[in-house]
Write a protein that binds this ligand. Structure first.
Ligand code: ES4
Ligand code: ZN
Length: 326
């Protein structure tokens, strides 16, 4: 279709991608072998079969376990480089990725090992593939605010290498308000902030992320549609939502892609963007998310163009760093 050709041809950005969530089963096996780690699966196929989730938590349990094969700086480099090669193939020209340092430091991997591996790949991506990027350090919200402060202390010598702050992991029961002081400290350090909110959690969590954490984007935010005042505010401010359609279906936020509210978000004037979240676990990189939505939601050419432009609008590139595509 015309829509499909357009999606493939357009330069795109990605603004919601957990680098640990781009660990494909093939690489999981390769790194397990390289590092002498025994996996609880017999084959790549068995891993893929295990990726049948009931909700966010059932996914996170496997996601944190899978990340256990990442040990050396080279592992983090290889993981990030494989993602960037995929970006190249899909015409993703700019990407803003999350990493979860606590997932690694809590099992004895040095903060520096994680950061250096990812950073070196991003630099190579910029130089060799012409893909620009930002790196967002995300706090795990199921851990305490104090744990978050300890992680911020670990990051302190490397703040030049960190472009922003995120908040992810188990949403229900861990509202943004739990991290108000931590995010105030990050703001004082001059770091821009985003937070996952309104994925499984209620619209109140989106309000909290805006008012208490002073975020410049909401990750997911699809449940914002339940609150008319919130929709009005998001339309007015154009505070972006980084929507991840396949993720929402895999984690049962919506039953089917055809039931997703992406078109409604656009129709109400929100700055909704399309992203992949954890593509190795949810079965599609950003281009597949666009293609799936175009097919199942019957997106028009105008809607596709709007989504792509929203990504440009929502990204953190400064005026002088923008590529030919922007
Ligand atoms: C995540 Cl889909 C999702 N939601 C919250 N936290 C996450 N971390 C990785 N993927
Ligand atoms: Zn996410």
């Amino acid at each position: 279709t015309q829509q499909e050709a357009l999606i493939r041809a357009l330069p795109k950005v990605e603004l919601h991608l957990h680098i640990e969530g781009s660990l494909e089963p093939e690489m999981m096996f390769e790194l397990a072998r390289r590092n002498g780690i025994k996996l609880p699966y017999d084959s790549v196929e068995a891993v893929r079969e295990a990726y049948d989730f009931d909700n966010l938590q059932s996914f996170l349990d496997l996601y944190y376990a899978g990340a256990g094969v990442l040990i050396t700086e080279q592992d983090f480099y290889d993981l990030t480089w494989a993602y960037l090669k995929r970006c190249e193939a899909d015409k993703v020209v700019h990407t803003e990725i999350f990493f979860d340092p606590q997932t690694h430091t809590d099992r004895g991997i040095a903060f520096e090992t994680v950061l250096n591996g990812i950073r070196r790949a991003l630099k190579d991506g910029n130089e060799k593939l012409r893909i620009s990027s930002r790196l967002i350090m995300s706090f795990l919200r199921h851990l305490s605010e104090e744990e978050g402060f300890k992680t911020l202390e670990m990051a302190r010598p490397y703040l030049e290498e960190i472009d922003g702050i995120g908040l992810d992991s188990s949403e229900l029961g861990h509202p943004p308000s739990k991290f108000e002081r931590l995010f105030a400290e990050c703001k004082a350090l001059g770091l821009p902030r985003v937070a996952h909110a309104g994925e499984e959690g209620p619209p109140e969590y989106v309000w909290e992320a805006i008012k208490l954490l002073d975020v410049c984007r909401i990750d997911h935010g699809v449940r914002a549609l339940e609150d008319e005042k919130l929709v009005e505010s998001l339309a007015e401010t154009r505070l972006p939502l980084t929507v991840c359609p396949y993720s929402n279906v895999k984690l049962k936020v919506f039953d089917r892609l055809a039931d997703h509210n992406l078109r409604d978000l656009l129709a109400k004037g929100l700055c909704a963007t399309v992203n992949s979240d954890d593509p190795a676990y949810f079965g599609g990189y950003v281009q597949e998310n666009y293609l799936g939505c175009a097919r199942e939601l019957k997106l028009s050419v105008e809607e596709i163009l709007q989504l792509v432009k929203n990504g440009f609008e929502a990204c953190w590139l400064e005026e002088g760093e923008r590529g030919w595509w922007m």
